[in-house]
Design a protein around this ligand. Structure first.
Ligand SMILES: Nc1ncnc2c1ncn2[C@@H]1O[C@H](COP(=O)(O)OP(=O)(O)O)[C@@H](O)[C@H]1O
Ligand SMILES: [Mg+2]
Length: 263
């Protein structure tokens, strides 16, 4: 059984820590964790640090008991996949070609796989995200949301151990937001990934995530089941709003914001 754990983690930029003394986990494989928190709370910094793109200043990140900071860059790249918040400008390559390139750069074992197997994997990833009709379109000719879906297909086809997605729903319509969360949860279970996904929509986190981490000012405010983390008290402290969390007639908890909290 694999897991991710943070021990006293500090990380930041230019020697200045943004994240201070984070303890989290163990987060089990096969689970989707919603990474929540206001703007500037350190969500992207945490994902980049887990991906090895930012240095660990203190403490450690353990993935299946292995210290990530001590892993070679090649090993880290194989284990962790980070999809950034701002996607790079689209290159002149079709969606299918880009997902095929991603499949080939995945695990060493799959890099040796025969061409037809990789092509099958690439097409399956594209179809799973519901964008088969875009397979032969060029990335630099897609809408923002379509590009985001193509990037998700590239991330999923690599089947990393640790899947780190920074606001992957930000450009998606209501249908695709639901669809993507569904695919993420299913693939995370099936391939025993550890998936961390930055979400701003707390109702999506309540509905689709197995686990939640709430950041505030570079520290962890709460961790646990989404419904334990998203409460009127944490929403007031962290987002400075007056809110209720109520169950809808189907039993699903939902956040209702009534106004801003008094300063
Ligand atoms: N490249 C950078 N250099 C210096 N400071 C940065 C850099 N990126 C982010 N920060 C700072 O780190 C803090 C956390 O940012 P970030 O992790 O991007 O927050 P979030 O993703 O939660 O909105 C912010 O105060 C931000 O200004
Ligand atoms: Mg961010």
């Amino acid at each position: 059984m694999g897991w991710l754990q943070l021990h006293g983690l500090a990380a930041g930029y230019g020697g200045r820590p943004v994240l201070q003394d984070l303890d989290a986990g163990p987060i089990a494989e096969g689970t989707v964790t919603a990474l929540l928190g206001p703007n500037g709370s350190g969500k992207s910094t945490l994902l980049k640090t887990l991906a090895g793109l930012n240095p660990v200043m203190r403490g450690e990140v353990l993935l299946d008991g292995e210290c990530l900071a001590r892993a070679t860059p090649a090993r880290r790249a194989e284990r962790a996949m980070y999809m950034p918040q701002a996607l790079p400008k689209g290159v002149h390559m079709t969606v299918f070609e880009s997902v095929l390139v991603a499949a080939r750069s995945g695990l060493q074992s799959r890099r040796d796989a025969a061409g037809p197997a990789l092509m099958r994997d690439a097409m399956a990833a594209i179809a799973d995200l519901g964008i088969a009709t875009l397979a032969s379109r060029y990335l630099d000719e897609l809408s923002g949301g379509q590009k985001q879906l193509a990037s998700l297909a590239q991330a999923l086809v690599r089947r990393p151990r640790l899947l780190l997605l920074d606001e992957p729903l930000s450009a998606l319509d209501l249908n695709y937001q639901f669809h993507v969360m569904d695919v993420l949860r299913r693939q995370t279970r099936q391939h025993r990934l550890i998936t961390l996904v930055v979400l701003h929509d707390l109702n999506i986190a309540l509905r689709h995530a197995d686990h939640a981490l709430l950041l505030h000012g570079g520290a962890i405010e709460a961790e646990g089941l989404p419904a334990e983390v998203v409460t009127p008290a944490t929403l007031r402290r962290v987002y400075r709003v007056r809110a209720r969390v109520e169950r809808c007639p189907q039993g699903q908890p939902q956040v209702h914001v009534d106004g801003l909290a008094q300063a």
